[in-house]
Design a protein around this ligand. Structure first.
Ligand SMILES: Cc1cc2nc3c(=O)[nH]c(=O)nc-3n(C[C@H](O)[C@H](O)[C@H](O)COP(=O)(O)O)c2cc1C
Length: 356
């Protein structure tokens, strides 16, 4: 299989294992890269020191190309009154678990924009690829990373975001449809037309001159074949890798993916302050979204509420991110999943050619 993605990184399969902050691990990414696809970790939720540890842990497990992901959200000015309103809105849910909400909220995840320490770590460690979620980095960050020989990948949820990425000098775009598990990479959540994977991938493949990677609702080789048929150079799969043995997903998350709850996912912003698709739960149903404060301060209290609920054996407030095709999840080692995806992709392409 030869595509712009496999060519660029010397891969055997046109597959990226999605970076998943808190869920992907160096062991997962290494297993995927060693199996001939592109493994990823996200350093979006950790500081520069932790980022360095994680990248070095990954490099110790594989000498194959890897992708390291950062968050480029536009920092929102702190608004104490808005934070306070959200704390009070969630207080009754904390009370239910005999807990009190935090008195104030923190920006728990710093944006990569302006983060010189994280840029220095990436320039030092030089992963084959760096990918961006929620927006684009600064022009000087792009220049520095490219000068270090790093391939740059950005998530786009609309043609406008994809064109902005191409114009900024990004090398590849991930076309993330609304079916996708996890946070939507939308640059401005107030302006989200919610393109689905199929139309978005097709539009970008037609309009861009850089490679497009399809993401959202792809769980098997047939889905990857569909992405290639649309003109994509590969597919990025997140949910499919959550249930692999090497992910950091806990038992409750794994059990939910394997059971009937996997059939109902929803995009909601209440857990973190930004729209994200996950298994539908009490947090999404009961939190009064109108009072929601900004990402990532909302995520600070969202995590505290989950901790309080979990202490009482209730996992209805956990961030169990998952895409719409979550019922197709399988539990197996990541290398076996990559091998299965490659075989299914072959089968799907043969099936299509027999239809002629
Ligand atoms: C548990 C989970 C965590 C995610 N975290 C990130 C992240 O940290 N950075 C990122 O760029 N994308 C993240 N995503 C989104 C993926 O990059 C990708 O767009 C999505 O998984 C594709 O849809 P699928 O889950 O249906 O395969 C996450 C997805 C999941 C399921």
């Amino acid at each position: 299989m030869k595509t712009a993605l496999t060519d660029r990184f010397g891969l055997s399969h046109p597959i990226i294992q999605a970076p998943m902050a808190g869920t992907s691990t160096p062991a997962l990414a290494a297993a995927v890269s060693n199996a001939g696809a592109l493994g990823s970790i996200s350093i979006g939720s950790v500081d520069a020191v932790q980022a360095g540890y994680q990248i070095r842990a990954l490099k110790a497990l594989t000498s194959r190309p890897v992708n390291v992901n950062v968050f480029c959200h536009a920092p929102e000015p702190r608004d104490e009154a808005r934070d306070h309103a959200w704390i009070e809105a969630l207080r009754p849910l904390f009370t239910r678990f005999h807990a009190v909400p935090p008195a104030s909220l923190s920006d728990i995840y710093a944006s990569f924009i302006g983060d010189d320490a994280k840029l220095a770590v990436l320039l030092e460690e030089r992963p084959a690829a760096v990918s961006f979620h929620f927006g684009l980095p600064q022009a000087e960050q792009i220049t520095a990373l490219k000068a270090a020989g790093i391939t740059l990948i950005a998530t786009a949820t609309t043609p406008a975001e994809a064109h902005a990425a191409e114009a900024a000098g990004i090398d590849m775009v991930v076309a993330q449809g609304v079916e996708a598990g996890g946070h939507r990479g939308v640059f401005d959540p107030a302006d989200d037309p919610r393109f689905a994977t199929l139309p978005l991938t097709r539009l970008l493949a037609r309009q861009l001159s850089i490679p497009v990677i399809a993401a959202g609702g792809i769980m098997d080789g047939a889905g990857i074949a569909a992405a290639l048929a649309l003109g994509a150079s590969g597919a990025q799969l997140g949910t499919a890798f959550v249930s692999t043995l090497e992910s950091a997903a806990n038992d409750a998350y794994r059990a939910a993916l394997a059971g009937p709850r996997a059939f109902r996912t929803e995009v909601s912003a209440v857990i973190s302050g930004r729209p994200a698709r996950g298994l539908a739960n009490d947090f999404m149903r009961k939190a009064p979204e109108a009072a929601l404060t900004a990402y990532p301060r909302a995520y600070d209290i969202g995590k505290a509420l989950n901790t309080a609920a979990s202490a009482h054996g209730d996992d209805g407030y956990a961030a169990q991110w998952a895409g719409q095709a979550a019922p197709l999840s399988r539990t197996l080692p990541a290398a076996d999943l990559v091998a299965a995806l490659a075989e299914e992709l072959d089968d799907a392409l043969n099936h299509l050619s027999r239809l002629k």
